[in-house]
Ligand binder design. Structure first.
Ligand code: PLP
Ligand code: TYF
Length: 399
């Protein structure tokens, strides 16, 4: 029956782990998947998350279904984290929100909602490059996917002029996907002034902003600072939608905790949007899992745990920033003639090294350093123990 099913390719990012596992070299380094590691290279369960989980287990709560839109204490706190305690949209009851299967599920609900109800052309513009899954998520939601300029190969930085000019060139009323902070895969974010100009261009084009915020707190270590773009757009009169993930900033990867929200103009609009989100979710998975959302809710709503968590997020962000500096220093100490400023200019989980696909292949074959072939490395996989060997490996290949 299934003889005609074609063999599909492995996921470009998750496939790296397979190659890494198969390598017998005891010094091998995995910089593929974006998942935080501590300085010993081990996965990190946040102490605030462990405490919250302990409380929840001790409370012996029942395992009844959540409502279609999830655990209300969680979504309420998630919206406050993203939009801020002073958000007029929240105070005026204009934000529709639902729990989601992490960030991916939020993007998918958003895609489905826009496909059904967005009044303009159903084309979403994503940055070039973007997270490898964006295009597939939106295509499977029924949207048409196009790209806008984002990355400048020559500067290994932002192609700001290209981005603005592409936004101006989009058909009026296009949907534009924006990485709220810590752009994946490049680690290149607009400055606050550039965000102001982007907001203006999006507004002038009558475009609709869709924010993907998978790394709030992970970029600068400050959850408010990382929400600047989203909050600025709203202050400027945009009514964006938002995909939130708690995979990275709470280390809840496999618990699949996230939220999709949409800012509306009136409480009446919000009610109608809420009703349609439920109609989208119901036949997809009926209602979301409760355990991770209860943990995130406890971490966000318990003042002592919240304070502790913010410190732990900053700790992760700071370790990543430190590893960037160490990698650059090690490369310079080796006598590399190349410029490595971009390693420390970039922010968040990933660095875009500027290495070519051939160089990345050589890096894996010759030195057992594994990362995606676009030259992206997960800085979270660098430790004070492996950074020297990593720098030597990169130096060997790039000079
Ligand atoms: N969006 C971006 C930009 C990402 O990097 C990721 C991956 O972590 C996601 C969304 C969604 O991840 P998850 O579904 O694990 O929350
Ligand atoms: O970009 C990354 O590495 C993370 C993790 O299909 C990830 O966002 C990678 C691939 C994927 C899902 C998550």
């Amino acid at each position: 029956t299934w003889a005609n099913v074609p063999q599909g390719p492995p996921d470009a990012i998750l496939g790296i782990t397979e190659a890494f596992k198969a390598d017998p070299n005891s010094e091998k380094i995995n910089l593929g998947v974006g998942a935080y590691r501590d300085d010993k290279g081990k996965p990190y369960v946040l102490p605030s998350v462990l405490s919250a989980e302990k409380k929840i287990i001790e409370a012996k709560l029942n395992k009844e279904y959540a409502g279609i839109t999830g655990v209300p204490e969680f979504t309420k706190a998630a919206a406050l984290l993203a939009y801020g305690p002073n958000s007029a949209a929240i105070k005026e009851d204009r934000v529709a929100i639902t729990q989601s299967i992490s960030g991916t599920g939020a993007l998918r609900i958003g895609g489905a909602f826009l496909e059904r109800f967005y009044p303009g052309a159903k084309t979403i513009y994503i940055p070039n490059p973007s997270w490898a899954n964006h295009s597939a998520v939106f295509k499977d939601s029924g949207l048409k996917v196009e790209q806008y300029s984002y990355y400048d190969e020559d500067t290994i930085g932002l192609d700001f002029d290209g981005m603005i000019s592409d936004i101006k060139g989009m058909p009026e009323g296009s949907i534009i996907l924006l990485h709220a902070c810590a752009h994946n895969p490049t680690g290149v974010d607009p400055t606050q002034d550039q965000w102001r100009a982007i907001s203006k261009a999006v507004k002038e084009g009558g475009h609709y902003p869709f924010f993907d915020m998978a790394y709030q707190g992970f970029a600068s270590g400050d959850t408010d600072r990382d929400a600047f773009a989203l909050r600025h757009f709203i202050e400027e009169g945009h009514t964006p939608c938002l995909a939130q993930s708690f995979a990275k900033n709470m280390g809840l990867y496999g618990e699949r905790v996230g939220a999709f929200s949409l800012v509306t103009s009136t409480p009446e609009e919000k009610k109608k949007v809420d009703s349609q989100i439920k109609i989208i979710v119901r036949p997809l998975y009926s209602n979301p899992p409760i355990h991770g959302a209860r943990i995130a809710s406890e971490v966000l709503n318990n003042p002592a745990l919240n304070k502790q968590w913010l410190g732990e997020v900053k700790g992760m962000a700071d370790r990543i920033i430190e590893m960037r500096a160490l990698l650059k220093k090690n490369l310079e100490d080796l006598g590399s003639k190349k410029q490595w400023n971009h390693i420390t200019d970039q922010i968040g989980m990933f660095a875009y090294t500027g290495l070519t696909a051939e160089q990345m292949e050589k890096l894996a074959k010759d030195t057992s350093v594994y990362a995606t072939k676009d030259g992206r490395i997960s800085v979270a996989g660098i430790t004070s123990g492996n950074v020297k060997r990593l720098a030597e490996s990169i130096y060997k290949i790039t000079g």
